[in-house]
Design a protein around this ligand. Structure first.
Ligand code: MGD
Ligand code: MGD
Ligand code: MO
Length: 764
C-alpha cells in the first residue's frame, strides 16, 4: 500500500500499475472523508485528456477566437503541440510583450508541493519575462483586503487562529455565522492529515458548550453540536449583528475597558447603531423585519453572549457576497464589544467550518516549496475581475484605494484551475473568453475550460507522479509516491513547461538542469539545511517513511493573546496597531459601497428587496459535499449524489408544494442571467425561501444557448458583480432565482463524454 495525499485527505492504495485496485483512508485519520472515492473511479474516465489537442480552427487559421468553445479538436503529437505553443508564446511576447499574457492561472490543482500547477506556470512565465497576475482568491477576496485595515493581516488571522483544542476545552458558547460545515472542513489547501471537526465539537458539547448555528441550512453544522438553528434571510447577517451590538450597548453589556484599550473608532460606530447619524436605531425589532429572526431571540442571544465565554466565528461564505465586508467586520466588532479577544475559548474566528486548516496550530516553519522567480510585470487584477478585464481592455477601475487599468490580454494560460467552474455569469465569461487570440489549458480532464481552449495539454493526476505534500497549517508531511503510470500520453506540468522552456531558449533558467526527481531531493535537502536546528531526516529516510511530523511550537494557541497582554509590544497589523472599528483609511477612499465603519447595505439580490418579486427564491451556491469544486465530478462519490445525472438542488417542502414539485423532479433553475437543469431534493433542512445548488457540476451549455446549462452549474445563474469597490472580490455565493418543473424532454449531457475530435488530415 502506498500513502497519498489529496486536498480532502490522505489515503492508502494498491495498484496494478495502471489503476488503483484498493483504496482505504489513511489509518491515522480519525474522521476520514468519502471524497477519496472519487479518485480511482475518475482516473481513466472517458473525459481524461489522453493526448495533446488543438482546436480545429486555430490549427487551420492560426491565432484567433472564432469557433472557440464550439469547434472540434484535432489530436496532435506532443512534438507538434509544443512546436505550435512555443511558436505562439514567442510571437505574443515579441509582438505584444509580457503585459499581454494573463497567467494568473487561478485554481486549486492537486496536492503536492513540487508539482503544484499554478507555481509551475508562474515560474515558467516569469522566466519568459512575466505575466499579468491576479491578487487574492475566490475563497477570501474580501477578507484579504479588509482584514489588514481592521484586525490584521489575514494570514495572521488564519494561521494564528485559536486552536480547536482550546475551544473544545474552554468555550461556553459558540456563535457560528455561516455554521461549522462538516463538508467544508473536509478540505484544506494542500491536504488534510487528521480530520477533527466532529471531534472538537463533540468534546466541547460534552463539557456543556452550546452552539448557535446561524445559516440558511440546518446541516451546516455537525449533529454532534446539538445546535440551535437560526436562519436569517441570506445576506442579512449584517442587520442581525448590528442589533446584537445595539443590545450590548443599550444594556451596558459592552466591555468599555476593552474597547478603550484595544480599539479605535467605537464612538462613531456606536453613534450609527444608536441612530444618531441616520435616525434609525439598529434595534432587534429593526433587525427582525430585515432578517426574519424574532426580535426577542436577538435580544436574549446578545445577553447570553455577554454572560458566557463566547467564541464568535464567521464563515468565509459570508464575505463571498455583495457587501461581504460588513458581516466580517461586524464579527470583529462584536467580539471586541464582548471583550474576550485573546482569552481561551473566547474572541473571534474566521472559517472554522470553511476549511480543515483553520484552528490547526501554526507550524514552526512551512514545508519545501518551488521558487517561482520574479515577475517582470506589475499589472494585476483582483482575481474575480477576469471577465471585466478581458471585456474592457484599457478601462479604469478602483480597488483598495488604487486607480488601476485593465490590460489588453492576447494570450490566456491556465494550468490547475477551472474558470468555467469558478467564475460567475458563465455566459458572460464565455463572451470574455472570445476576446484573446489564444487560450492554453493544461488539465488532466476535459473540463469546460479545456473545451474553451485552443491548445489543450494533458496533465498527470497526482497519483501518477512522485511528489510530497502537507496541507496548510498541517503538521504531517507525506511522501507522495506515484501509484500508477500516467493515463494515456499525459505528462507532468513540469515536464511540459521544461520542454517549452528548452524550445524558447530559457531551459536553464526554468529547470536549473534538474529532473523532477532531482528537484524533489534538492528542495527537500535545501529546506532541511535551512532548518538544521531541527531533527529532520535526510531525503532518502523521509522518502522511505510513511510521513514525518513538522514541529508545532504552541499547540494551544489563542488568537490575539499577545496583543491582549501587551498591545504596545504586540500591536496588530492595522494602521493604528489596534482593532479598527472605524477605519480612517477605508473612510478616506470614499467608497459608497464600503464606508468607514460597518453599516447595513441592502444587497441588490436578496429576499427582502424588490428583485425578489420576480425571482422569489434565494439561491445559495455553496461548496459541494461530494467533491472539491469541479474536481473529479465524474468520480463515483460525486455521481452518487446526482439525480438523473443532474446536480441536486434542495428546497423546503413548502416552496416545493407551492410550485407543485416532487422529490426527484428535473427542474429548471432560472435567474436574470441564465438557467440550468437540476434534480430536486425536498428537505426541511433548508430555510423556506432558499434553494441550495452547490457549485461543481461541469458546465454543459446548450450548443445554441450558453446561458442554459443542462447539468446544473449554478454559475450560469450567479451575477458577475464584485463584493465592493474596496475588495472587488467574488460575490458568487448568493443569487435570486425561481424554480419550475422542466417541461421539455430532458436533454442528454455531453460534458461527461470527451468533445468531438477530427483527424488532422481532414483539415481544410
Ligand atoms: N457560485 C460560486 N462560485 C464559486 C464559489 C462559490 O462559493 N459560489 N467558490 C469559489 C471558490 S472559494 C473557489 S476556491 C473556486 C475554485 O475554483 P477552481 O480552483 O478553479 O476549481 P477546481 O475544480 O479545483 O479546479 C482545479 C482544476 O485543476 C485541475 N488539476 C488538478 N490537478 C492538476 C494538475 O496537477 N495539473 C493541472 N494542470 N491541472 C490539475 C483539475 O482537474 C481542475 O480542473 O470556485 C469559486 N466559485
Ligand atoms: N467538500 C468541500 N469542501 C470544501 C470545498 C469544496 O469544494 N468541497 N471548497 C473549499 C474552499 S476552496 C473554500 S474557499 C471553503 C469555503 O468555505 P465557505 O465559504 O464557508 O463554504 P460554503 O459552502 O460556500 O458556505 C458555507 C455555508 O454558508 C452558508 N451561507 C451562505 N450564505 C449565507 C448568508 O448570507 N448568511 C449565513 N448566515 N450563512 C450563509 C450556507 O448555508 C453554506 O452552506 O470550503 C472548502 N471546503
Ligand atoms: Mo475557495
Amino acid at each position: 500500500m502506498t500513502t497519498h495525499l489529496t486536498h480532502w485527505g490522505a489515503f492508502e492504495a494498491d495498484s496494478d500499475g495502471d489503476r488503483l485496485t484498493a483504496v482505504r483512508p489513511w489509518r491515522g485519520d480519525p474522521e476520514p472523508m468519502r471524497l477519496i472515492e472519487n479518485v480511482a473511479s475518475a482516473q481513466h474516465h472517458p473525459t481524461r485528456v489522453d493526448q495533446p489537442y488543438v482546436r480545429q480552427g486555430w490549427l487551420a487559421r492560426g491565432p484567433g477566437a472564432v469557433g472557440r468553445g464550439d469547434e472540434p479538436f484535432v489530436p496532435v503529437s506532443w512534438d507538434k503541440a509544443l512546436e505550435l505553443l512555443s511558436g505562439e508564446l514567442g510571437r505574443v511576447y515579441r509582438e505584444h510583450g509580457a503585459e499581454a499574457v494573463y497567467g494568473g492561472s487561478y485554481g486549486w490543482a492537486s496536492a503536492g508541493r513540487f508539482h503544484h500547477a499554478q507555481s509551475q506556470a508562474h515560474r515558467f512565465l516569469n522566466c519568459l519575462g512575466g505575466y499579468v497576475r491576479h491578487v487574492n482568491s475566490y475563497s477570501l477576496g474580501v477578507s484579504q483586503v479588509l482584514m489588514p485595515h481592521v484586525f490584521g493581516h489575514l494570514g495572521w488571522v488564519l494561521e494564528r487562529a485559536t486552536s480547536k483544542t482550546v475551544l473544545a476545552e474552554h468555550a461556553e458558547l459558540v456563535v457560528a455565522f455561516g455554521g461549522l460545515s462538516p463538508k467544508n472542513a473536509a478540505v484544506a489547501p494542500g491536504g488534510v492529515s487528521r480530520h477533527n471537526t466532529r471531534g472538537w465539537i463533540s468534546a466541547a458539547r460534552a463539557r456543556g458548550c452550546r452552539f448557535v448555528s446561524i445559516t440558511p441550512l440546518r446541516d451546516d453544522i455537525p449533529a454532534q453540536a446539538q445546535a440551535e438553528w437560526l436562519a436569517p434571510r441570506p445576506g442579512s447577517d449584517t442587520a442581525l449583528m448590528l442589533a446584537l451590538a445595539q443590545v450590548l450597548d443599550a444594556e451596558g453589556l459592552a466591555d468599555k475597558a476593552f474597547l478603550d484599550k484595544y480599539t479605535v473608532g467605537y464612538q462613531r460606530f456606536i453613534g450609527y447603531v444608536r441612530g444618531e447619524t441616520d435616525g434609525v436605531v439598529k434595534s432587534p425589532e429593526w433587525a427582525a423585519s430585515i432578517t426574519g429572526v424574532p426580535a426577542e431571540r436577538i435580544r436574549t442571544l446578545a445577553r447570553e453572549m455577554a454572560s458566557a465565554r463566547t467564541f464568535l466565528t464567521v464563515s468565509w461564505s459570508l464575505q463571498r457576497a455583495q457587501y461581504g465586508e460588513q458581516p466580517l467586520w461586524l464579527g470583529v466588532v462584536l467580539a471586541a464589544m464582548l471583550g474576550q479577544i485573546g482569552l481561551p475559548g473566547g474572541g473571534f474566528g474566521h472559517g472554522y467550518g470553511s476549511a480543515a486548516s483553520v484552528g490547526e496550530p501554526a507550524r514552526e516553519f512551512s514545508p519545501p516549496r518551488l521558487p517561482q522567480g520574479l515577475n517582470g510585470v506589475d499589472t494585476f487584477i483582483p482575481v474575480a475581475r477576469i471577465a471585466d478585464m478581458l471585456l474592457n481592455p484599457g478601462q479604469p477601475f478602483d480597488y483598495d484605494g488604487q486607480h488601476l487599468v485593465y490590460p489588453d490580454i492576447r494570450l490566456v494560460y491556465w494550468a490547475g484551475g477551472n474558470p468555467f467552474h469558478h467564475h460567475q455569469d458563465l455566459a458572460r465569461l464565455r463572451a470574455a473568453f472570445a476576446r484573446p487570440e489564444t487560450v492554453v489549458v493544461h488539465d488532466p480532464f476535459w473540463t469546460a475550460t479545456a473545451r474553451h481552449a485552443d491548445i489543450v495539454l494533458p496533465s498527470t493526476m497526482s497519483i501518477e507522479r512522485d511528489d510530497y505534500g502537507a496541507g496548510e497549517n498541517d503538521r504531517v508531511l507525506f511522501p507522495m509516491k506515484a501509484i500508477t503510470r500516467p493515463h494515456g500520453k499525459a505528462r507532468n506540468d513540469y515536464a511540459i513547461f521544461g520542454e517549452l522552456a528548452e524550445r524558447l531558449g530559457i531551459g536553464k533558467e526554468f529547470t536549473e538542469g534538474r529532473t523532477d526527481d532531482e528537484w524533489l531531493r534538492h528542495l527537500y535537502e535545501e529546506w532541511r539545511l535551512h532548518h538544521s536546528g531541527h531533527e529532520l531526516p535526510d531525503f532518502d529516510t523521509f522518502w522511505a517513511s510513511e510521513h514525518i511530523e513538522l514541529p508545532v511550537p504552541d499547540p494551544q494557541q489563542i488568537l490575539g493573546a499577545e496583543f491582549r497582554a501587551d498591545p504596545q509590544r504586540f500591536p496588530l497589523g492595522t494602521p493604528s496597531g489596534k482593532i479598527e472599528i472605524f477605519s480612517d483609511t477605508i473612510d478616506g477612499f470614499g467608497y459608497a459601497d464600503c464606508p468607514g465603519h460597518p453599516v447595513w447595505l441592502a444587497p441588490e439580490e436578496w429576499l427582502g428587496g424588490a428583485a425578489a418579486a420576480e425571482f422569489p427564491l434565494q439561491l445559495v451556491a455553496n461548496q459541494p459535499r461530494t467533491k472539491l469544486h469541479s474536481q473529479l465530478d465524474v468520480g463515483a462519490y460525486s455521481q452518487s449524489s446526482k439525480i438523473a445525472a443532474r446536480e441536486p438542488v434542495r428546497m423546503h417542502p413548502d416552496d416545493a408544494a407551492a410550485r407543485d414539485l416532487r422529490d426527484g423532479d428535473i427542474v429548471r433553475v432560472i435567474s436574470k442571467r441564465g438557467n440550468c437543469l437540476a434534480g430536486l431534493v425536498i428537505d426541511d433542512a433548508v430555510r423556506p425561501g432558499v434553494a441550495q445548488l452547490s457549485t461543481g457540476a461541469w458546465y454543459d451549455p446548450d450548443p445554441t444557448d450558453p446561458t442554459f446549462c443542462r447539468h446544473g452549474n449554478p454559475n450560469v445563474l450567479t451575477p458577475d458583480r464584485p463584493s465592493s469597490t474596496l475588495s472587488q472580490g467574488c460575490a458568487g455565493q448568493l443569487s435570486l432565482v425561481d424554480i419550475e418543473r422542466y417541461a421539455g424532454e430532458v436533454p442528454d449531457l455531453t460534458v461527461n463524454q470527451p468533445p468531438a475530435t477530427v483527424a488532422a488530415q481532414h483539415l481544410p
